[in-house]
Design a protein around this ligand. Structure first.
Ligand code: GRF
Length: 247
């Protein structure tokens, strides 16, 4: 099922569209679209060093950011951690560290668009300079991207444009690639299609399972995320068409 307010399309095969999530029995699939982002950061009264991190699960990428922010020289402050569900370790990590948290559940809203707008409002309350999706398993929509497009980044456990969607490590194994990795990108309206900030390559081993490969990718992913989120917040960045330049 496609949400009429989004640029979604239900497509038959993987590689064109990707099943991303199941909510209340509905399957949401989004196609790739071209959506140039012009710039960011020169806006909106955001606080200069703060980020909001959105999570859906274990939160090891969040933990890496939390560990990095313990050093003032890193120059980044996590203003809040948000989630689309309760009871996850990602939220617990933030709560143990005294970081404000919020939960914005799709099921609590009549429409997906209302959820998306509420999520944007909750994030906006913390006036972040950058929003980091770190294992956040929901697609953001028009309202969110209207407010935070161009200054929201996401990590993907594959080397884009290969293997978009939530099965990146399994898809890499199935295809038989010898090298995969992770990608940090600026979120646009597509599925893992946004302009690429950074990538890191990871070897595939003959005896890998998807779980083992994903853990190896996540080790590289955490390092990449910490390095580049720090640089983006400290130094600023611009996005012109598909080219991301950190100042
Ligand atoms: C990461 O590999 C991320 O790219 C993917 O899900 C994983 C989240 O891991 N979308 P964690 O919750 O940060 O441990």
């Amino acid at each position: 099922m496609c949400h009429p307010g989004w640029q979604d399309a239900l497509l038959a095969g993987r590689g064109q569209g990707e099943l991303l999530e199941l909510d209340g029995g509905q399957s949401w699939v989004r196609c790739r679209i071209s959506s140039p982002i012009v710039t960011n950061m020169a806006d909106t009264g955001s606080t200069t060093d703060s980020i909001v991190v959105l999570v859906s699960g274990y939160g090891s990428n969040l933990q890496a950011l939390m560990d990095a922010t313990a050093d003032p020289a890193y120059g980044v402050r996590i203003a809040a951690v948000g989630a689309d569900r309760d009871g996850i370790e990602g939220l617990a990590r933030a709560q143990r560290a005294g970081i404000p948290t919020f939960v914005c559940r799709v099921a609590d809203f009549a429409t997906r668009a209302e959820w998306d707008a509420a999520l944007a409002s909750q994030v906006a309350a913390y006036r972040p300079r950058l929003v980091v999706l770190a294992g956040f398993l929901k697609l953001t929509g028009e309202a969110f991207l209207g407010q935070f497009g161009g200054r929201t980044v996401n990590t993907h456990p594959a080397l884009s444009p290969s293997f978009p969607g939530i099965h990146g490590p399994q898809d890499a194994l199935d295809y038989g690639v010898k090298v995969t990795g992770c990608t940090l990108f600026v979120v646009d309206a597509g599925v893992d299609t946004g302009p690429i900030v950074a990538q890191s390559a990871v070897s595939v081993h003959d005896d890998d399972t998807a779980e083992i490969l994903h853990e190896r990718i996540k080790t590289a992913e955490r390092q990449m995320l910490v390095e580049y989120v720090g640089r983006m917040v400290r130094d600023g960045f611009s996005v012109t068409e598909r080219k991301v330049t950190i100042s």
